[in-house]
Design a protein around this ligand. Structure first.
Ligand code: DGY
Length: 483
């Protein structure tokens, strides 16, 4: 793979450019980055086109990254958007799981490599995946892509992916909400998409490091690559990785039987971010089905969405003024109180009650907490756990900004403040990406991604990242009408 890539600078004739011209120039640069990250592979005698998150490290297909990428691509290259989602569902397990990673064969730079999961018996022919999932952005992307397709172009695509998406929802409902309460259980921090968030600190104390097999720790010590290809200080710690891989080893030992995994995993959490996407994903799936005249089938997903909205509203903790994850591992039921940006995701789900809305917006708009120059930091600035540069413990991430923007806009009809904050967040997110290029995440105080521009090692996360490119396209097209 060629990873020697320089983000082309938007061309500049020296004349002052209008906002519209600047956006259009930047769209070309985003298109270029997504082309750079295109990966074409032939598996089971079929050609797949998928976008890897970053050739610097993430050289496979990631579940919610790809869903976000498809939403950007539909505006520039519809066929590629369809292919992205086709490839994403291609490795679906018989039980309905759509994994968090679908591996590209022969790529070794990412650790853990495919064989570390011991998922061989679930592979679809030559398509090998990890064994866990990620926040369910998929149906939201399918609905968005279908809605923004050029007339008549998306029929075949929908016929192909819709059955897989419905089966995936059945998997999530059956295995991740066995008590039928509306909130979904994640069993690995990687499933949250926010791997080392302070939200998981208390649950980590229940994963005893001495229970992680020696062989697993040795494997991490010998083979971990993210801290060598990226900057170790920005990445999760070695102990985090022992726990990440200890859980993988345990699940493999349980034969990837999800009834057992959900019941026995020392890490099992009702995640408010994951559940918020779940509520929105059910609405999106119901909308897609309604759009193609399958209204009877839509009813089930409407009900699931509503159930989750109510359950999310009930996680509100008045004392701490936030929605809470709940640690449910091994019979526990402990609310998790950590000030992170996950607490704003119930906006996306439409779960915020009239009484909660002003409180949520007060918290979000506080410059000391979540509304610095470049919101929304992954952890509140005034939290003792805030770390400016470490992965999900401080930086601003374009993906959570996109979801919070959608959430704020959802409440715009009833709240001028939500609308104004949503508009402002669109501008700040576009600005942050435009002035840096496409990085994994950004400094919330200055909006920078490369504080010492010449010093490449200090960049925030991995570069030429697909998410920010796709999200830039989506925001520019959807909210700034860049054509
Ligand atoms: C990683 O490896 O950093 C991913 O977030 C796990 O999916």
């Amino acid at each position: 793979m060629n990873d020697h890539y320089k983000t082309p600078k938007p061309s500049n004739s020296g004349l002052p450019q209008s906002r519209e011209q600047k956006l259009l120039e930047m769209l070309k640069v985003a298109d270029h980055a997504l082309k750079h990250n295109l990966y074409v592979t032939t598996l089971n005698e079929k050609t797949y086109r998928r976008t890897v998150p970053s050739k610097e490290f993430y050289v496979h297909q990631w579940n919610w990254d790809s869903a976000a990428v498809a939403m950007g691509l539909i505006h520039l290259d519809p066929e590629r958007a369809y292919d992205e989602l086709r490839a994403l569902v291609s490795g679906q397990w018989d039980n309905g799981l759509i994994a968090h990673i679908t591996y590209n064969p022969g790529e070794t730079r990412y650790y853990p490599q495919a064989e570390k999961w011991h998922t061989e018996q679930f592979r679809r022919g030559e398509i090998v995946t990890s064994g866990i999932t990620q926040p369910p952005l998929l149906s939201i992307a399918v609905d968005y892509v279908y809605k923004h397709s050029p007339d008549g172009a998306a029929g075949d695509f929908l016929d192909e992916v819709l059955p897989a998406v419905m089966k995936y929802h059945d998997y999530l409902k059956r295995y991740r909400d066995p008590e039928d309460g509306g909130l979904l259980t994640i069993v690995h921090p990687w499933e949250s998409g926010t791997d080392n968030s302070p939200r998981w600190d208390s649950s980590y104390t229940h994963i005893n490091l001495t229970d992680v097999p020696q062989a697993v720790r040795e494997d991490v010590d010998a083979n971990r690559t993210d801290d060598k290809l990226g900057k170790a200080l920005h990445r999760p710690t070695q102990e985090d990785y022992y726990r990440f891989m200890g859980l993988v080893a345990l699940f493999a030992k349980l034969g990837w039987d999800y009834e057992k995994i959900v019941a026995q995993s020392p890490f099992a959490v009702k995640d408010i971010l994951f559940s918020s996407l779940w509520a929105r994903a059910n609405e999106a799936l119901a909308d897609t089905l309604t759009r193609v005249g399958r209204t009877d089938e839509a009813t089930k997903y409407h009900k699931w969405a509503q159930q989750t909205q109510e359950a999310l509203a009930h996680t509100w903790d008045e004392e701490h003024q936030q929605y809470c994850d709940i640690d449910v591992a091994q019979g526990r039921r402990e609310p998790i109180i950590e000030p992170t940006n996950a607490m704003f995701l119930p906006l996306l789900a439409g779960a915020v009650t009239d009484e909660q809305l002003p409180k949520v917006l007060t918290r979000l708009s506080d410059p000391e907490q979540f509304w610095p120059a470049y919101p929304v930091p992954s952890t509140a600035l005034n939290s003792p756990k805030f770390e400016l540069t470490r992965y999900w413990r401080g930086p601003t991430w374009p993906i959570t900004n996109l979801l919070i923007i959608e959430g704020l806009m959802r409440y715009a009809p009833q709240s001028a403040q939500a609308r104004q904050m949503g508009e402002e967040l669109v501008d700040r997110t576009l600005d942050m990406i435009e002035k840096n290029g496409f990085y994994e995440y950004y400094d919330p105080t200055k909006g920078e991604a490369r504080p010492g521009r010449e010093d490449n090692a200090r960049q925030f996360g991995f570069a030429t990242f697909s998410w920010p490119a796709a999200i830039f396209i989506q925001l520019a097209k959807q909210y700034r009408k860049a054509h």
